[in-house]
Ligand binder design. Sequence first.
Ligand code: SME
Length: 164
Amino acid sequence: MNDRHRLTFDAIRAAVGSEPSPRRAMESTVQLLARHLTDYTWAGIYLLEGNELCLGPFVGKPSPHTRIPLGRGICGAAAAEKATIIVDDVNADSRYLACSTDTRSEIVVPIMLGGEVLGELDIDSDKPAAFGADDRELLEQVAALLAPRLASPEDRAAAIQAHP
Ligand code: SME
């Protein structure tokens, strides 16, 4: 990882380590990602509830996609494949569910514990092909750091955005 990504990880590790509330640990994570990495236009966490990914803490414009069935969108594909997906040009990917017309690229990283998907980190950028190996490495390490904090279904439910 480059220095900026390393510093970002150190800041997230310190914040998550000192935060007893899983919901606030997730909020701090997305805030620190968006603050440190200016290409990260939208940064959010989806939490798995049954067969749906439900929007939890996020930074950026409100997304219309607050509940995404497994297998739908880039988010649902990453959860179904249990693997990170990087999309350099979202408009060229038929799976893409649009959140903002300004978005050009996206990375989705599953948050897993013991081979089970608990949620995922979803980052959008207004810049084309904004995500590379450093971003993958950073976000996969952040996902590993968060995973134990998402183990309880009650904690995951408490972090899901309330719907009107
Ligand atoms: N683009 C995602 C949907 C979530 S919004 O970007 C916040 C997808 O295709 O699954």
